[in-house]
Write a protein that binds this ligand. Structure first.
Ligand SMILES: *Cc1c(COP(=O)(O)O)cnc(C)c1O
Length: 368
């Protein structure tokens, strides 16, 4: 895909909604008949909640972290799909509000269960969250049967489902995953219960998916829908996925440096020879991290260049040696197609999830 010349010269996130929908098709293929809840929390991983929800209408449900996100979706009439609130209600009020919004709630704790028991109405579907070893949210396996019994006592008509979350699914060598799977298998739960285990990494690795029972399973991909890999090496394109966000800006000034000249705050970058530097309208105020080191790849007019000097709030500097034709107005891609966000993340010792979600509010999202 070519770089869009008609875009604003400032930092812009160009969102390829067709790629998002296509990545969902790829995820479904990986799920072998399991149903798919598309995770759109945190502004759809920075891509734009409402528009992405619309593009993901082919999912079986959407999942958010907070009730406020579900409210935004419902008020915008962005979806008719069920919405699962992954963290569940954070107060008694949220419990009744979730019911009014037609949301499905995760119930992971005794206080959430008490709010439910005290509520006039309960959700039609409740996901009991089991702590199989991540020790973030959920009931200890030994406490699950009683929590289940309390829900049934309160509202026998509720569809109670069972879920857990892997701590290390992105690491194929992690023994922790086997321990978690073992605890999950040992769990006493009703036969033919509906279950959900897999985030993106677990889905790719088919953890917990087994052919005859997949009809009862739900997968919960997030990152892979946005076209990034959850693993520590390789690119999403290896998995048949397409990056959804192209984070772009343009050159707004060019500096000609002599050997020994310095660049940016603190003068931390010194020109090793005469060179041209492109100043780009994107900085940490747009979500491009200040910690990004010199040498991080950047595409200028589609050519490989490198970051030079410290990223400031509204601008960053690029060594234009790789793009001799570049000038004011040249398009710059910070990540996206041909420059995977996961590769950029590895340069700053961070993860693709964080880079995507921290793209800031002032960055215009353009949906194509
Ligand atoms: C965020 C989240 C997911 C999605 O995780 P990815 O790694 O982005 O696929 C799945 N399940 C739960 C409970 C989550 O919080």
């Amino acid at each position: 895909m070519s770089i869009h010349c008609e875009q604003s010269p400032a930092a812009t996130a160009i969102i390829d909604t067709a790629a998002l929908a296509q990545n969902l098709v790829v995820a479904r293929r990986m799920a072998h008949g399991a149903r798919c809840m598309a995770v759109v929390k945190a502004n759809a991983y920075g891509h734009g909640l409402v528009e992405c929800a619309r593009a993901l209408s082919g999912a079986d449900a959407l999942a958010v972290a907070r009730l406020s996100e579900a409210k935004t979706l419902r008020h915008a009439h962005a979806t008719d799909l069920p919405i699962v609130v992954l963290d569940g209600a954070l107060s008694a009020d949220e419990t009744s509000e979730a019911v009014a919004l037609g949301c499905e709630l995760v119930v992971h704790s005794d206080h959430q269960l008490q709010w439910l028991e005290a509520a006039e109405q309960v959700p039609s579907t409740i996901w009991l969250k089991v702590n199989t070893g991540m020790n973030r949210l959920g009931w200890a396996p030994a406490a699950v049967a009683q929590a289940y019994a309390r829900i049934v006592a309160k509202a026998p008509e509720v569809d109670v489902r069972f879920s857990t979350h892997f701590a290390s699914a992105d690491d194929p060598d992690a023994e922790q995953t086997d321990e978690q799977l073992q605890r999950w298998q040992d769990l006493s739960r009703p036969e033919n219960a509906t279950i959900s285990l897999s985030n993106s990494a677990a889905l790719v690795r088919e953890l917990g998916l087994r052919a005859p029972t997949n009809a009862l399973a739900w997968v919960r991909p997030g990152l892979l829908l946005y076209g990034a890999t959850p693993f520590g090496s390789g690119d999403a394109t290896d998995l048949g996925l397409t990056p959804v966000m192209n984070f772009e800006s343009s050159v707004i000034a060019v500096q000609r440096l002599r050997t020994g000249d310095r660049v940016g705050y603190g003068g931390g970058y010194t020109a090793a020879q005469d060179m041209r530097i492109g100043v780009v309208a994107a900085g940490y105020g747009d979500g491009y991290p200040c910690q990004m080191p010199a040498g991080t790849p950047v595409l200028v007019d589609g050519r490989n260049c490198m970051l030079a000097g410290r990223v400031s709030m509204d601008m960053l500097s690029v060594d234009l040696t790789g793009a001799p034709e570049a000038q004011v107005g040249s398009r710059v891609r910070l990540w996206g197609q041909e420059l995977p966000v996961e590769r950029v993340a590895r340069h700053a010792n961070t993860i693709a999830w964080e880079l995507l979600t921290r793209v800031s509010a002032r960055v215009e999202r353009v949906f194509t």
